[in-house]
Design a protein around this ligand. Structure first.
Ligand code: C5P
Length: 293
């Protein structure tokens, strides 16, 4: 079993568009304890679920709970990761069951976390040596957040996301995630930021930490996010920001008790509120965990 942690962006500065079409970025991410889980079993694919052929081996993908079933498609980053791992070792027939808790298109890096976990889990399942550095280029090819999450903890990110430096991990502090039903597409948020031009107006209510350049673009595409930010602040979170391309709203508190109080007060403004802690890893292999049934 492999756990995949979501990330929050703590400061995200966006520069110009690069020749490859991506934006130069500089910022930090911290992985936190809202997790997806992958169960990977080799031997045979599960014919009852979506199956693809990877270098001659059948690989099935089941996504649960039911709300997330639509993610079981060929483009899922888990299957793209499988195709990448197949460049390192002969794949075996494999069944993958992905249990999702991280919301989709929320700015929390859920798909990237799943991809990072699939890289590690499939390397172990298919007998690839996990030498340091081996997965890095595969991770970068799968998406800008995959390598930072693979590294896990508190990570400084630059370039388009491919330059990463571990700076340890937050150990204290609690995160309250305000999750709405809205979803935002990352490319659209970056495009909206370009349309806003330099120095977008951030509003007249200064907050303690407001350093996510994508926040104004996310608010322009999904104005309800502003209500979520206000609700999280009014609920008592001393630090509030939008994570990455949003629309997830993050409140930071000093203690679990404070986080739970903020979560309870802010719950009416979101479809789901989650209290999470920083974790020093992005992918956690749990060998010996009960096999998929
Ligand atoms: O790398 P990833 O596929 O996650 O990025 C999704 C989209 O977000 C890119 O296609 C691009 O439009 C935008 N993006 C960007 N600059 C980055 C990261 C992402 O413009 N550094």
């Amino acid at each position: 079993m492999v756990d995949a942690a979501c990330k929050v962006n703590i400061g995200w500065s966006v520069g110009g568009v690069r020749p490859d079409g991506y934006h130069d970025v500089a910022g930090t991410i911290q992985t936190i304890s809202l997790l997806d889980t992958l169960r990977i079993s080799t031997g045979c694919a599960d014919a009852g679920h979506m199956c693809v052929e990877v270098e001659g081996a059948q690989v099935s993908l089941q996504v649960e709970p039911a709300d997330f079933e639509a993610l079981a498609n060929e483009d899922n980053l888990v299957l793209r990761a499988a195709r990448e791992v197949a460049t390192l070792a002969a794949p075996l027939p494999t069944s993958i069951r992905l249990h999702k808790s991280i919301p989709v298109a929320a700015g929390l890096g859920g798909g990237s976390a799943d991809a990072a976990a699939a890289l590690v889990g499939l390397c172990v399942a298919w007998g690839v040596d996990l030498e340091p550095g081996r997965l890095e280029s595969l991770a970068v090819g799968l998406g800008s957040d995959v390598l930072p999450i693979l590294l896990g903890g508190l990570v400084h990110v630059s370039g388009r996301g491919e330059r990463v430096r571990s700076i340890g991990s937050a150990t204290d502090g609690w995160f309250v995630l305000g999750i709405s039903r809205s979803q935002l597409s990352t490319p659209e948020v970056y495009r909206a930021l370009d349309d806003l031009g330099p120095d977008p107006c951030h509003g007249d209510q200064p907050r303690l930490l407001h350093t996510n350049d994508l926040e104004a673009a996310a608010l322009s595409l999904c104005p309800d996010t502003g209500d979520g930010v206000a609700a999280m602040s009014e609920a008592g979170a001393p630090v509030v920001f939008v994570s990455g391309s949003g629309p997830a709203v993050v409140g930071v508190t000093a203690s679990e008790a404070e986080a739970r109080q903020v979560a309870s007060r802010a719950s009416g403004a979101f479809s789901r509120v989650v209290v999470a802690q920083p974790v020093p890893w992005g992918v956690r292999l749990r060998l010996g965990a009960a096999p998929a049934t």
